[in-house]
Design a protein around this ligand. Structure first.
Ligand code: SAM
Length: 282
């Protein structure tokens, strides 16, 4: 086990600093404090972060750090940290690392036993989830699906039996095809498309995947998050699953093992299936 220092200690540390997803007033006092504490800031796009910093009237040296230059930018950032400097990481919007650069850098810095500290701030997925009206007790953040429909459908196949609310990022030019794929693979579930969050034309479209697909066919612009209800096992699913369990038992499998196997295939609860079988046997 390793323990690390907090933000209040100075010296070498990596600060993960979120930026606004639209509304600049969402820069908190603490985010400003974090930016001011940096000796240098590694950012996805130096022009965009530069603009944000000039609005905040803060000047800091910027290093470009993104997916395509990380083999050179990570060693450069580690050099800064080894020299005892505080390095900030910022992306164009929201949290670094979340569907944005930073993951490999965070790992590399942790490996060097250098503190990594995060700051609270805007995140498009959470904004959309909490306003969607869908079950937010348990959710799965998926981010972007593949841009190719055939590969996206394969990804959706893996998600279709999960009982948790699903949260996706999507680009406006792909949303219509993405919704069509979802309707086909996941079924016509309830969903919410949250668009232009925190901006002037912020909008929430709540309805079925089919209704959202129809709205997207008329054209939906801007940045968007799609929140989709999780799989709700229907009674018919349970009855079919019980039959499968009994078939496996007839082949000699123990009830618990059979329930476990069918649960894995259907996404239903193993214990729930086992209890149903016991009830039927009584
Ligand atoms: N790191 C960011 C975060 O923490 O939310 C996400 C960055 S990802 C590259 C960009 C995607 O986030 C967009 O394509 C969109 O799906 C979503 N997004 C970002 N800003 C948004 C906004 N204001 N409204 C809706 N979705 C947004």
């Amino acid at each position: 086990m390793k323990r690390q220092k907090s933000f209040s200690d100075t010296g070498a540390r990596l600060l993960l600093i979120p930026s606004p997803i639209g509304n600049l007033s969402e820069v908190s006092g603490r985010i400003r404090e974090a930016v001011e504490a940096c000796d240098v800031i590694a950012c996805e796009d130096t022009r965009n972060t530069g603009k944000l910093l000039s609005l905040l009237q803060i000047r800091k040296p910027l290093i470009s750090h993104h997916e395509h230059n990380q083999s050179s930018s990570i060693p450069r950032i580690l050099e800064e940290l080894t020299a005892g400097h505080t390095v900030g990481v910022m992306s164009d919007a929201g949290y670094p690392v979340i569907s944005d650069p930073g993951q490999n850098l965070v790992r590399a810095v942790i490996e060097q036993d250098i503190p990594v500290i995060s700051f609270s701030g805007p995140n498009a997925a959470l904004n959309a989830l909490v306003a969607s009206g869908l079950d937010a007790r348990h959710y799965l953040f998926y981010g972007f699906t593949d841009s190719k429909s055939s590969r996206r459908r394969k990804e959706l196949e893996q998600l279709k039996n999960l009982p948790w609310t699903l949260v996706f990022y999507e680009a406006p030019h792909r949303i219509a095809q993405c919704l069509a794929d979802m309707e086909e693979v996941l079924g016509n579930r309830q969903a919410c498309l949250a668009r232009e969050l925190t901006k002037k034309f912020e909008e929430y479209l709540r309805g079925t995947l089919q209704e959202l697909r129809q709205a997207a066919a008329d054209g939906l612009k801007g940045e968007m998050v799609l929140v989709v209800a999780g799989h709700e096992p229907e009674e018919a699913d349970e009855a079919a699953a019980c039959r499968q369990v009994k078939e496996l038992m007839a082949q000699g499998m123990k009830p618990k093992a059979a329930a476990k196997q069918v649960a894995k295939e259907t996404g239903l609860s193993a214990n729930g299936l086992y209890q149903l079988i016991l009830k039927e046997q009584d």
